[in-house]
Every structure is written in C-alpha cells, then in structure tokens.
Design a protein around this ligand. Structure first.
Ligand SMILES: [Zn+2]
Ligand SMILES: [Zn+2]
Length: 233
C-alpha cells in the first residue's frame, strides 16, 4: 500500500474553503460602508476601490461578483454591519440623536433633504432621539431655560405652532421663552413634581399641565439600575 495511510505522514492540508475565506475577509478587512438609501450601499475597500452593493438583490459592482457570480465580501460586510447595528437596514437611514448625537436608524420617510452622495445632510422632519433620550409619560425632564425638573404627562404629535396656550393668548411656539426653539418641534405636557394632590383632595393650581416645545426639555438620564427597571416594564 502507499504511504498516505501511514501515521507518520503529515496531515493533509484541507482544501481552501472559498466561502469561509470570503466570510473571514468580509469580517476582518478594513472597509467602510455608506448607506445611500433605497437598499444601496457604497463600500470602500482598503485598496481605495469603491463598489456599489444592492443588498436586496445581493449584487455588487466588484469583479468577484460580476465575473464569478459569488456572494462577495462586500455584500457579506454590508449584511454583517446591519446585523451588528452599525449600518442602517434597507428602508432606514441613520440620523443623530438630538441630545447626544448617537446614531438612530429611522424610516426613510421620516427624513427630508436626503442626499444620494452621503448622509451628512440627512434632516429629520422632527427631532429624533436615541432610546436613552426619548421621553415617555412619567419620565423626569429638565427645562433647559430654568433648570427646573418636571414630570412628563403627555408627548404629543402636535407642532408647537399649532397648540394654543389659553392663558398667554399665543401658541406654544410664540410664547416668550420658547422663541428660540423650532416651531415644528412637537409639544410635550409636563407638571412640576411638587404639585401633588393635597390630603383634603383639592388639586393645587400647580398641578396645571404646562406645555413645552420638545427640544426645550431634556430627559434626566437615570442611573443604570433605574434604566433597567424601565426596560422591564
Ligand atoms: Zn463585491
Ligand atoms: Zn441620545
């Protein structure tokens, strides 16, 4: 018999696995991915080559795909970045949280002025917030003008220039201390937390709900323990 069966023979080298090799390179090679919208992504490779990936059809403009018809490393890289939350999935775009700048993926229909040559000019039609900075009824917020703490009771979809303040005879947007905030920003209703109902049942005047442009209020970011309580609700 020949010697290949001999225990002393070197272990055979496994045949190169092209699929796992492409997968490895997709993960480890430096590439930058830019979402262009409509499911298209621009991938710039370490060699300064730029390719266009259409994720939904799995197509890429690189030679590996065009001539060899394989699922190339660029398509794999885009899919990986989406799975890891680093690139917006098709149908969404990345915008910055109004308060902290962190990337938030929103539906393409929620933004205007989207440009095909990059995402720098993406403008949301209203301020967008990350999970940490979005507010819900019961959250504590800080008034940027007075530094006062308030408790949120309502987060509306109504614009500041469409909500009337009866006592002041003007809209929320027109109210003196709100002038520097965008009139398109939604209105939030909030109460001062000292405004508790008295033992005799009378509701103090201070329980009144005050209306603010959303951007005037900033969520008081709770400690990590409080935050995990909220997510378990
Ligand atoms: Zn490719
Ligand atoms: Zn944020």
């Amino acid at each position: 018999m020949n010697t290949t069966a001999s225990p002393k023979a070197p272990l055979p080298v496994p045949p190169t696995d092209h699929v796992s090799e492409r997968s490895r390179r997709a993960r480890t090679e430096p590439m930058s991915v830019l979402a262009l919208g409509d499911g298209l992504y621009e991938v710039e490779s370490a060699s300064d080559q730029t390719y266009l990936v259409d994720l939904e059809s799995g197509r890429c403009s690189c030679p590996d795909h065009v001539f060899r018809d394989v699922r190339c490393k660029h398509v794999r890289r885009v899919a990986m970045e989406i799975t890891e939350g680093r690139t917006p999935p098709p149908g969404t775009v990345a915008v910055s949280c109004y308060d902290c700048g962190e990337s938030v993926f929103v539906d393409e229909s929620a933004v205007t002025n989207r440009r095909r040559d990059g995402s720098d000019d993406v403008q949301a039609t209203e301020p967008i917030y990350c999970d940490l900075h979005s507010i819900r009824p019961g959250d504590t917020v800080r008034d940027r003008e007075t530094d006062a703490r308030l408790t949120v009771v309502d987060v509306s979809n109504l614009r500041s220039d469409a909500v009337w303040i009866r006592d002041a005879d003007c809209t929320v947007a027109e109210y003196g201390t709100n002038e520097r905030y965008e009139s398109a920003t939604p209105v939030v209703g909030a109460v001062y937390p000292h405004a508790t109902i008295k033992a005799n049942g009378t509701v103090p005047r201070s329980l009144k709900v005050y209306t603010f442009p959303r951007t005037r209020l900033e969520r008081e970011v709770p400690t990590p323990t409080e935050e995990s309580d909220r997510s378990n609700e």
